[in-house]
Design a protein around this ligand. Structure first.
Ligand code: PMV
Length: 331
């Protein structure tokens, strides 16, 4: 294992959960309460360079060239776990950039930590396998393990396995080329962060246990729909999982209302389109943006319809993309 200055660069894309994760089984170890199923996006990219150097006295994290103290703490925590496992003590400078607006509600922490573990592993020459890297990413951000893989991805709880969760690709992106449109309804930062929101929900919602207990059936249904490439079945279970997650959020005390009026209008429009036979469904995360997932042939229609809704400030478009990977250095 090298203890000389060394660096590597990796790219990763955000992912969107169709069967949602909300709640922690173990807060300390960041183990999710439920499994999840997601699609990894293309086009929207986080690029991260990690430089280790025995001369560095502490870690530095720069996001878009600026210090980001809150995120820096989580980055250092992730690097510490990697250094411990690799038996290395060098500090690092981590430079990360997103080429997409964080306001789009496209969990930049997922692509950020996926790119970080891949770049740090390559820089250290640690040679961790994908399962170990997924475990390291999951400890930093529950959804980040999913961005290590492309296309359709499942994160399962595996309490008896070598790691508490296991993440794997169900279908590669080109096997079922769905399209994604994000209708941005409010570019401001979200009111309550996901970890805080999850803990509040667990502590106060009378429906939390039902949410957790009903999740495995949704996962099974979604996995089967993906394997059969059955759009209607995937649409049904994805909308169900999304609405159930928001129902449990709303039933926390105080209730977590992540939506605004335009969010509701977008959902209504997508449902009308679907009822008219247009192959599209919606999903919404811990924020007010609406993500529409559709077949390529209806993509332009869906875009036109959502962009015309008053209150939609911009649209972000994407296809399905690949998992996190090392790239040539940017400089
Ligand atoms: O990975 P976190 O802690 O940002 O939580 C993600 C939570 C949701 O985006 C709402 C759902 C999910 O599974 O991605």
């Amino acid at each position: 294992m090298s203890h000389k200055p060394t660096h590597a660069t990796a790219v990763a894309h955000p992912n969107i959960a169709l069967v949602k994760y909300w709640g922690k089984r173990d807060v300390e170890r960041n183990i999710p309460a439920v499994g999840s199923l997601s699609i990894t996006l293309d086009g929207l990219t986080t690029t991260t360079t990690v430089r280790f150097d025995p001369e560095f006295e502490h870690d530095v994290f720069l996001l878009g060239g600026c210090e980001a103290p809150k995120m820096a703490q989580r980055v250092v925590g992730c690097l510490d776990r990697m250094r411990r496992r690799a038996g290395v003590s060098m500090h690092a400078v981590v430079e990360s950039e997103n080429d997409f607006p964080t306001a789009a509600g496209l969990a930049s922490s997922a692509s950020g930590f996926a790119a970080l573990v891949i770049a740090a592993d390559a820089a250290l020459g640690a040679g961790f396998d994908r399962s170990e890297l997924a475990d390291l990413a999951r400890q930093a951000s529950g959804s980040a393990a999913r961005s290590l893989f492309g296309g359709f991805v499942e994160l399962r709880l595996t309490p008896d396995g070598p790691y508490p969760t296991e993440t794997r690709q169900l279908l590669e992106p080109r096997a079922w080329p769905l399209r994604i449109l994000v209708a941005v309804t409010d570019p401001g930062p979200k009111a309550v962060g996901s970890t805080e929101g999850m803990l509040m929900t667990e502590l106060t919602s009378p429906y939390y246990r039902d949410w957790v207990e009903s999740s495995p059936a949704d996962l099974l249904e979604a996995r089967s729909a993906v394997e059969r490439r059955d759009f209607e079945a995937l649409a049904d279970v994805s909308e169900l999982s999304c609405l159930k997650m928001h129902a449990v959020m709303l039933s926390a005390r105080p209730g977590l209302v992540y939506w605004n009026g335009t969010t509701v209008e977008c959902i209504r429009r997508v449902r009308e389109l679907r009822a008219d036979g247009v192959a599209v469904f919606f999903t919404v995360d811990a924020g007010p943006q609406v993500k529409a997932v559709c077949l390529p042939e209806v993509y332009e229609r869906v875009e036109r319809e959502l962009a015309a809704i008053p209150g939609v400030t911009s649209m972000v478009e994407s296809r399905l993309g690949d998992g996190a990977r090392v790239v040539e250095d940017r400089r």
